[in-house]
Design a binder for this molecule. Structure first.
Ligand code: FES
Ligand SMILES: [Fe+2]
Length: 337
């Protein structure tokens, strides 16, 4: 069960239209994405069958994609429906086989392997489109691997440094958590969380209630951070898509239920969410550069157990194993922030 058995976001649904083709790269495969005449999403290799010009540089009209070089035209099933130089004569049947695609929760997912293992489905985005919930969607490019990105997204100790003030405003707090690995996921349940919201605090937790904070990782590439503060719930779900070994495109959903405040706070949450992500982009780019120079030989603290368990799942996938087969484990950890 290697990494290409899994589904990865290739575009947001709203980005794919019958008039503009998108160039994307997933697991080092070069892809062109568009909507065919029937509106269904299509993903083909970004390479014309004729002389291999990139199709993403072509013109998309009414769901038909014309190659920019000699004008071969492709439909949503990857079939060549027109070869201008053969006008009038018989056209041989050519087809660029489309990749498997699923459209779900406002995302278009692709699987770059055609004969992948059955039973793997895209991660369902929590509460997407549900009444009472709002989702703000962000897209960001990180100059680092999926492994280091997902580590960052559920890493608590860095928040006091990288996001000083805008995320966590206190220091010296002792956090305890239960960390579990089971069924290809890692779950972290924090206890005694009370003030980790920094400048969000005035709004999210004005009365200083206890915060229920749970993080999770879902192999191979999804993280979820959930804050429950009374009736208010704030969920950050990140899908880290491997462009190649050192570049990751991350789709982040900020999904929340704040009652009557939902629409009012959207611009504020989007701006602050992006500001926090920008800080992570910067530190991860620097880390990525150093790992590129010297490789990765990390040293651990108790908080890093979370990352070791995440690595154990991704390592199993890299070995071609099913990460769901790893034994369930549970640990208590404690650390200071
Ligand atoms: S390379 Fe695409 S039509 Fe010739
Ligand atoms: Fe961060």
């Amino acid at each position: 069960m290697p990494f290409d058995d899994y589904w990865y976001i290739v575009a947001e649904s709203r980005e794919l239209t019958p008039v503009r083709a998108l160039a994307r790269r997933v697991l080092d495969e070069w892809l062109v994405c568009f909507r065919g005449m029937d509106g269904a999403p299509t993903v083909l290799r970004d390479r014309c069958l004729h002389r291999h010009a990139p199709l993403s540089a072509g013109v998309l009209h009414n769901g038909l994609l014309s190659c920019p070089y000699h004008g071969w035209r492709y439909d949503g099933a990857g079939r060549v429906v027109d070869i201008p130089s053969l006008a009038g004569s018989d056209r041989p049947a050519h087809c660029s086989p489309p990749y498997p695609v699923i459209e779900q929760d406002g995302f278009v997912y692709v699987r770059v392997k055609r004969d992948a293992a059955a039973g793997i489905v895209p991660f369902p985005m929590p509460h997407y489109g549900e009444a009472g919930w709002l989702t703000l969607r962000l897209q960001n490019r990180f100059a680092n691997s999926v492994a280091n990105c997902v580590e960052n997204f559920i890493d608590v100790p860095h928040t006091a440094f990288v996001h000083q003030g805008i995320f966590r405003s206190t220091r010296g707090q002792r956090l305890a958590a239960t960390v579990r690995r089971s069924n290809a996921a890692v779950h972290v349940d924090y206890r005694n969380e009370s003030d980790n919201l920094g400048s969000y605090r005035w709004f999210l937790n004005p009365r200083g209630h206890a915060i229920r904070h749970t993080d999770s990782f879902h192999a191979p590439n999804v993280t979820s951070v959930v804050y429950e503060i009374g009736a208010r719930v704030f969920i950050i779900t990140s899908q880290a898509v491997p462009v190649d070994d050192r570049e990751t495109l991350v789709y982040t959903d900020l999904t929340y239920r704040f009652g009557a405040w939902n629409r009012l706070v959207a611009p504020f949450l989007r701006r602050h969410g992006q500001r926090i992500i920008d800080q992570d982009i910067e530190i991860l780019a620097r880390q990525g550069e150093n790992i590129g120079r010297y490789g990765a030989q990390f040293r651990d603290t108790p908080a890093d157990l979370i990352h070791r368990l995440v690595d154990s799942l991704r390592d199993a996938i890299a070995r071609g194993e099913d990460p769901r087969a790893l034994p369930a484990v549970e640990h208590e950890i404690e650390f200071c922030i």
